[in-house]
Design a protein around this ligand. Structure first.
Ligand code: 4AD
Ligand code: MG
Length: 503
């Protein structure tokens, strides 16, 4: 595609041996005597542009040599295929035009702390990692819509301002609505159930809000959730829908974003295994695993591995520190400094894991049937599996009012959480809905919710009630799992966190 006589970097493959003009920003540059290597990014990729003295006017050669990171410019030259170059193509520059020079760009290729990067998110979005994650997010969202649209689901836009709690009341964000209280939606589910009785198969997809008081890597206060809801479906049907949905998303990301996954260091081989059927455990089986010998052995081995890892990090750190003393060029010093920052943050993380291991082992060993699974319990189960795991039939008392009880065992509900593998944890929560009017009234009362607010919802059980159910998938958690990103705050352009909203 040509844009105003400019060629996008992603299209250079069609322009080999021809002249092309790129328009972008200076990502990085290096000069050695008579030659300069400019890495340009244009939103579609990176390209190394080679400027030789004599190949461009002398004055321009000097201007480019002093051009600051993130200056905007156009460069013209001949396209060459080169496997060693980023993106596989490079440009032998014959001309360039500086559009807007930048000096002292605050984010340098050296590592920075996360706090600094979040404060500068408006600029950090230009970094390679954020760019790769953004592209993968785009594919995930496109795949979500495609999957439901291609499977005869109708999109319903559920309201963001709501009068009722859909999940725990403690996480409601209150808004003043002309003098009365409304809330920012925690889920579109209740309204979606009404729509399912009209259209049969529906989904909603939008921002969701939770005043979560937990500062974990898995929680945002504003996140994106997609929720399908289906009339005439049972728990097995929901699990089949969820596993084909998650597999579809994974395949699309592997098809569209292999390069980005590689850049991010994602475990591509593991993602290639994500195919139905996923593992299926009941909550009771999960508790047996947590409290059993297998988990004890697993965690003991993990502790050993963490200690080895720690030793390795310490050895590597010492080696680099020794190197630092030697005669080095500035770029070599910068590289070592960046690697040391990485190693130090790895060490902090490994130490935290070493410290947590016995605590998590104890929590697992002493787990009592009846509690909801905690973050560390989910992590353990998830680490023990190489494909996503459905955990079904949780205790009724640990779960939301709308979940249908198992008529064969009234202590549990017909629900599931889907845990992503390799330690990631929950990405989906879903259930069959209580479709019996009187039982639902009793559940609402039991949970201390005001029945007045749910009259319309109860109507759905009065006028042609049918077995139905659905689930919600968290977009940022899914992206974090696919990309191997540790914290979901990296998986949305402008994250909202409990303790801070930066920009
Ligand atoms: O398990 P949850 O709370 O389920 C519901 O909201 C149901 N009403 C969905 C339904 O059945 N229609 O949330 C669903 C998913 C979680 O599995 C998780 O991926 C994500 O939403 N999620 C969060 N993501 C980021 N930050 C948070 N604070 C999240 N809370 C839930
Ligand atoms: Mg949940």
């Amino acid at each position: 595609m040509v844009n105003n006589n400019k060629t996008y970097i992603s299209e250079l493959k069609n322009n080999v041996a021809q002249e092309a003009t790129l328009a972008g920003w200076l990502y990085n540059s290096r000069a050695s005597g008579k030659i300069q290597f400019l890495i340009i990014r244009d939103g579609t990729g990176l390209c190394q542009c080679i400027v030789e003295k004599g190949g461009v006017p002398d004055e321009l050669f000097e201007q480019l040599r002093h051009l600051g990171q993130e200056s905007s410019l156009t460069v013209t030259g001949t396209v060459r295929a080169d496997d060693r170059s980023v993106g596989g193509y490079e440009l032998a520059v014959t001309n360039a035009e500086i559009i807007s020079p930048a000096t002292d760009y605050p984010i340098t290729p050296k590592s920075h702390g996360i706090d600094f990067l979040l404060k500068n998110r408006h600029l950090h979005l230009r970094s390679q990692r954020q760019w790769c994650i953004g592209k993968i997010r785009h594919t995930v969202i496109d795949a979500i819509r495609r999957f439901f649209n291609d499977n005869s689901f109708i999109l319903i836009d559920t309201p963001i301002l709501t009068a009722t709690a859909g999940e725990e009341e403690q996480t409601l964000f209150e808004a003043d609505y002309f003098g009365t209280s409304m809330y920012l939606t925690q889920t579109g589910q209740l309204h979606l159930e009404a729509a399912a009785m009209s259209f049969g198969r529906v989904y909603c997809f939008g921002p969701t809000f939770r005043a979560e008081k937990s500062k974990t890597r898995r929680h945002l206060t504003e996140f994106w959730m997609v929720e399908p809801e289906v009339a005439f479906i049972d728990l097995d049907g929901l699990l089949e829908l969820a596993e084909s949905f998650v597999s579809f998303i994974t395949v699309r990301v592997l098809e569209k974003n292999k390069t980005e996954l590689e850049t991010l260091g994602a475990d591509i081989a593991a993602l290639e295994k994500i195919k139905p059927p996923f593992y299926r455990l009941t909550y009771t089986e999960a508790v047996d695993i947590l409290t059993g010998q297998k988990t004890k052995d697993f965690l003991a081995q993990q502790l050993q591995e963490l200690q080895n890892q720690k030793q390795q990090i310490e050895t590597e750190t010492k080696e680099l520190e020794n190197k630092q003393g030697g005669q080095l060029k500035q770029w070599q010093k910068d590289k070592i400094a960046a690697e040391l920052i990485e190693l130090r943050s790895d060490l902090i993380e490994t130490n935290i894991k070493i410290e947590n291991n016995p605590k998590h082992a104890q929590l697992a060993a002493e787990f009592q049937w009846g509690k909801d699974l905690g973050g560390s319990d989910e992590t353990i189960i998830s680490q023990m599996h190489d494909k996503p795991i459905f955990v079904t039939h949780y205790p009724k008392l640990a779960k939301a009012f709308y979940m249908k009880t198992d008529r064969d065992n009234e202590e549990v509900v017909l629900n599931f959480d889907l845990l992503a593998p390799a330690g990631f944890g929950e990405i989906i929560g879903g259930s069959v809905r209580e479709d019996d009017h009187d039982r639902l009234v009793a559940r609402i009362a039991e949970q201390g919710l005001d029945i007045e607010n749910y009259n319309w919802y109860l109507d759905l059980r009065k006028y042609g009630s049918v077995p139905h159910g659905g689930f919600g998938l968290g977009v940022e958690r899914t992206i974090a799992w696919l990309t191997g990103e540790k914290h979901i705050r990296q998986c949305i352009a402008f994250p909202r966190l409990m303790d801070k909203v930066y920009i």
